[in-house]
Design a protein around this ligand. Structure first.
Ligand code: CTP
Ligand code: CA
Length: 228
């Protein structure tokens, strides 16, 4: 375990970070997932840790290992992530980098589904998962001073992300283009647009690690402003 910085800009701050995909079971051996690797959330947690923050890292089944020196809370489903987030509060800032499944299978089977002799394919029905970011953004007492969401979009990135920020009630949205041609999902680079109350700011394409460092610095500047 790596010691926290004794005197970083985020020393003494608790920052909650969600990361990775969620897995939504169909039956005990099958699930629905998405292509999130957890790379951006992991890099961000590491960068915030390096600025001295005390991190709770709530992560779905990611394909990259979690950072060292943070409190890791592994979860599988969106509902478990929601509970873990509630248990991790209060926090000075909450960063929602996870790619949470919007829906879960309503009729998940307790036993492995079997093919039937007639060749009939199963029908899945879905129910909406809790919106973790919106819930935390809209909580009254105990709301983190800074709530940051991510928005994965495949078109009209800035317009969709601006509408999303208003709908969720978060302070910032970090929007990125995840269309297949962007190469962001599973790739090492990211092109992000930060939407805040003042407007939109687009950063040049850079490695996810560098996006994380710049974001961590922006978060530190904001938290320092609010408490001094
Ligand atoms: N998010 C969340 N809980 C959910 C769904 C999303 O906390 N059930 C968070 C994500 O971690 C991300 C932000 O909300 O920070 C936006 O996720 P996104 O999927 O882009 O937004 P949605 O509102 O689900 O809209 P859509 O998928 O329809 O674009
Ligand atoms: Ca979604």
């Amino acid at each position: 375990i790596r010691a926290q910085l004794a005197d970083g800009p985020l020393t003494g701050k608790h920052v909650l970070v969600t990361s990775g995909p969620t897995h939504e079971p169909i039956d005990p051996v099958r699930y629905i997932a998405n292509r999130s690797s957890g790379a951006q959330g992991t890099a961000l947690a590491r960068a915030l840790r390096d600025l001295g923050a005390n991190i709770t890292f709530v992560t779905g089944p990611a394909s990259v290992p979690p950072p060292e020196g943070v409190k890791v809370v592994p979860v599988e489903t969106a509902q478990q992530m929601f509970e873990a987030v509630q248990n991790a509060l209060p926090a000075d800032a909450a960063i929602f980098a996870a790619a949470v499944a919007d829906w879960r299978v309503a009729n998940a089977s307790a036993q492995k589904m079997k093919k039937d002799s007639t060749g009939t394919a199963p029908a899945l029905s879905f129910t909406e998962n809790p919106d973790i970011l919106a819930t935390v953004s809209q909580m009254g007492a105990g709301r983190p001073a800074l709530v940051v969401g991510f928005a994965a979009e495949t078109e009209n990135v800035q317009a969709h992300a601006t509408a999303k920020r208003a709908r969720k009630g978060c302070d910032w949205i970090v929007a990125n283009d995840v269309s297949p041609e962007s190469g962001v999902m599973g790739g090492a680079h990211n092109t992000v647009t930060i939407i805040d109350a003042a407007g939109a700011e687009t950063w040049a394409q850079m490695p996810k690690v560098q996006v994380a460092q710049k974001l961590a610095e922006r978060i530190a500047a904001q938290l320092t402003k609010e408490t001094s």
